[in-house]
Design a protein around this ligand. Sequence first.
Ligand SMILES: Nc1ncnc2c1ncn2[C@@H]1O[C@H](COP(=O)(O)OP(=O)(O)OP(=O)(O)O)[C@@H](O)[C@H]1O
Ligand SMILES: [Mg+2]
Length: 396
Amino acid sequence: MANIEDVKKELSNVQYPGFSKSIIDFGFVKDVQVSGSACAITLDITSSAPEVEEALRKDINEKLASLGLDITLNIKKPEAPKQNSNSVSGKNMAPQIKKVVMVSSGKGGVGKSTTTVNLAIAASMQGKKVGILDADIYGPNIPRMMGLNGAEVEVVGNKAKPLNAFGVDVMSMGNLMEEGQALIWRGAMIMKAIQQLLRDILWEELDILFIDMPPGTGDAQLTLAQSVPVSAGVNVTTPQHVALDDSRRSLDMFKKLHIPVAGIVENMSGFICPSCETESDIFGMGTCDTLADSYNTQVLGNLPIEPAIREGGDAGKPVTYFNPESISAKRYMQAAEKLIAFLDSVDDDISNESIQPTTPPGVSACSTAGASTAAASQPQAQQSSGGSCGTGCGCH
Ligand SMILES: Nc1ncnc2c1ncn2[C@@H]1O[C@H](COP(=O)(O)OP(=O)(O)OP(=O)(O)O)[C@@H](O)[C@H]1O
Ligand SMILES: [Mg+2]
């Protein structure tokens, strides 16, 4: 009958998958017991990939077959890395950008673009190198709000240089299309446009790139999440309950795309009278606290309806830059501080692969449970196709 030494001898012929050394040489064999015809082997390996375990089981059983033992194989391995971000493709189109922040809302007109501009300027005033990408290809408002309407874009080779205003780099489809030109965007075009805004623009090394999204939870959001690791999602909402319902959809989308939620901006929260400075309730105030709690996140700031905000937006003179003593500017500064603290807590050195876990063909990044297990087993998958997840997040 075979003994422990016979078993170890056979195990020394089992190579660790992908290497020329055996599992004995690597020291992965932790225990071998033989009792009669029963043999128990314990391995402790360094890879969490299921295919490594599978290959080892096959090889060990084959190598030990001649010994006629009844083998029990116990393989210990590290836990698979957690999926904490998005992407179906695992690619990063703009690796020179440290943190991408997606500014989103469930419905239109709640103040996304206003928030993006003022948060970006506030972050830049706090010493960060900041950019804004206007991904609202349907209604690009960033050029006007940043005083860049009609500004000429410089082309270098086959790439375009971002514009700059108030120390912030900016690129918008509004600066790349003829003014007033209306385009009907279809699925594939949206994807291409967003990817070009990332890849074909000469973005410098940035600490933070703020992305102003079109309203809702559609193709643009999904494409963006598939193209770069998004470190944080900011949800903008007004405080009345009908807006909060839409906000939940937007927050659910962040969750589905594995985008860490930095917080909620409660915009148009009360009205500050320009003459007497008293604050009165219009749409409700403070309703976002409960929403934030239920998504385990925070309210980054409560921005009142203040005429200076609208005037600054229309005139291309953002309130945070031109009116830093206003209540709104101060609240934007505090919100940016909270956001920066949040971004600091999202691991900087996290490898692109783990922040953008790959999803195998046929599984959408925003489909549920099955996707994550399948993703772990097929790290090389490049493309997602497959059916809609049915949540309205726009995947298909
Ligand atoms: N707190 C505020 N006080 C006063 N005016 C505001 C405030 N927030 C936004 N506005 C104004 O409301 C209008 C809509 O804001 P904004 O364009 O930022 O919204 P949006 O969510 O980006 O809209 P869309 O969905 O169309 O892209 C703008 O004219 C803006 O100046
Ligand atoms: Mg907008």
